[in-house]
Write a protein that binds this ligand. Structure first.
Ligand code: C5P
Length: 420
């Protein structure tokens, strides 16, 4: 047993865990997707009260939602057995968010008018919780000025629209009208709930992924960074309410919903983007695996192979964090809280402390390798100017939450951001 085994394992805490949420379902054939959504919300830990319009019950069974959410389902205002019969606004008052998916053109019209003639519209009218709407309908219905006018009314009242997305409709037509996929709806919900989080009004820049240093038009030097850690940091920041700029090298993973993406290739380009964004930001989390060297010259044509060995002269790339530190040195005003990353096999704390000073950082996340690679347990020491906190986390998302907690504490100690 190593010393780090005694550190409590941090688990990922889903921002939806324990939150009462209502899921409103109306009568589109996309209602079948609402079953996956109900299941995914429940698995994320939300307490899901499902409300169906009478039309929805013709397409999906209330019992199916009950089985998936383990909670009573309401589908009729006048059913004496339903919670609505005893207290028709009980759900409206206890929820933190109301997700309507799918929302038909008819439902959007009734919501915009403020009608309250079924469980879904009554709850929408009686709640102050944020409303998220995932429309689903034929493309002509979505494009119709009447529907668009209702959407504008609902958006002006603060509703968040997710989709519709383009693609094949149940009718066989292609167009804009498909309900957003459940994962997207859940991401949008986490993002919406994060708006009032501890980083609301803060701007954080995240450097992520590898850089790519060209050799000739078809070859480059790079590394195996997947960008997972940077994206996990983005999600944790967004769910805490921050505005996030993601400066990323080429990765296969899609960026998190809500992040403002600046795509770069080379270390030089990443340096330019970071120096552009970070000075005015509240924090910079530099998880990128920046190439330390680049080819001294880039050939304009594909280099031909020849017999024998070949030598490629390399030169150093800029150290982005150190460049930023120099850039900030002469500037007045508060500096962004800066976090760097390190991977070490031994002497973690000593190397991290050296890096902290050399690059002018506030925190270094020193990962212990190879322990943190593919073991289902991520170990790191968060080294600050005056402390060193060992962390064991079950996943990169859990580690990202631990790092973002430090950012929250550090920024809380500073002046509050101006009201948006
Ligand atoms: O010096 P080393 O590469 O070990 O430091 C790692 C930290 O410095 C990471 O946060 C990485 O993103 C950052 N870095 C940088 N510019 C470089 C190389 C690394 O900002 N050229």
């Amino acid at each position: 047993m190593s010393a780090s085994d005694s550190i409590p394992l941090r688990r990922y805490r889903d921002p939806l865990a324990g939150l009462p949420v209502a899921l409103g379902v109306s009568g589109s054939i996309a209602a079948y997707k609402a079953l996956s959504l109900a299941s995914a919300l429940t698995q994320a830990g939300a307490l899901v009260d499902t409300l169906l319009t009478p039309a929805a019950t013709r397409l999906v069974q209330p019992l199916a939602f009950q089985a998936l959410t383990h909670r009573k389902v309401t589908h009729a205002l006048w059913d004496s057995a339903s919670e609505m019969a005893m207290d028709h606004v009980a759900v409206a008052h206890r929820i933190c968010a109301f997700v309507i998916a799918p929302a038909t053109a008819d439902l959007l019209a009734r919501l915009a008018l403020g009608l309250a003639d079924d469980a879904v519209t009554t709850t929408a009218l009686a709640t102050v919780a944020p409303l998220l709407v995932a429309p689903a309908m034929e493309p002509q219905m979505w494009a119709h000025p009447a529907t668009q006018a209702h959407v504008a009314v609902l958006e002006a009242r603060g509703a968040t629209f997710i989709g519709p997305r383009p693609g094949r409709m149940a009718s066989g037509l292609e167009g804009l009208g498909r309900m957003a996929e459940p994962v997207e709806v859940i991401d949008a919900l986490r993002l919406r709930l994060g708006r009032s989080g501890p980083l609301a009004g803060r701007h954080v820049v995240v450097g992520s992924g590898p850089t790519r240093e060209p050799i000739d038009p078809v070859r480059f030097l790079s590394n195996a960074s997947s960008g997972h850690m940077g994206l996990a940091l983005c999600r944790a920041l967004l769910h805490a309410g921050a505005r996030v700029s993601l400066v990323t090298g080429p990765v296969a993973l899609p960026p998190p919903m809500g992040a403002e993406v600046v795509a770069v290739e080379t270390a030089q380009q990443m340096c330019g983007a970071i120096l552009d964004l970070a000075p005015a930001a509240d924090a910079l989390l530099m998880a990128a695996a920046v190439a330390d060297y680049r080819p001294l010259t880039v050939s304009g044509h594909k280099i031909k192979k020849s017999e024998g060995d070949s030598i490629l002269p390399l030169t150093r790339t800029p150290d982005i964090l150190a460049s930023l530190d120099r850039h900030l040195a002469g500037r007045p005003g508060p500096r962004p809280y800066r976090v760097g990353f390190a991977a070490e096999t031994g002497d973690l704390e000593a190397y991290a402390r050296d890096k902290l000073q050399r690059k002018g950082l506030d925190l270094v996340v020193a990962n212990r390798v190879p322990e943190s690679f593919g073991m289902g347990r991520h170990q790191a020491i968060l080294v600050g100017a005056h402390d060193a906190e060992p962390i064991a986390a079950e996943s990169k998302d859990a580690m990202a939450q631990a790092i973002v907690e430090r950012v929250i504490v550090a920024l809380n100690d500073r002046q509050s951001p101006p009201a948006p």
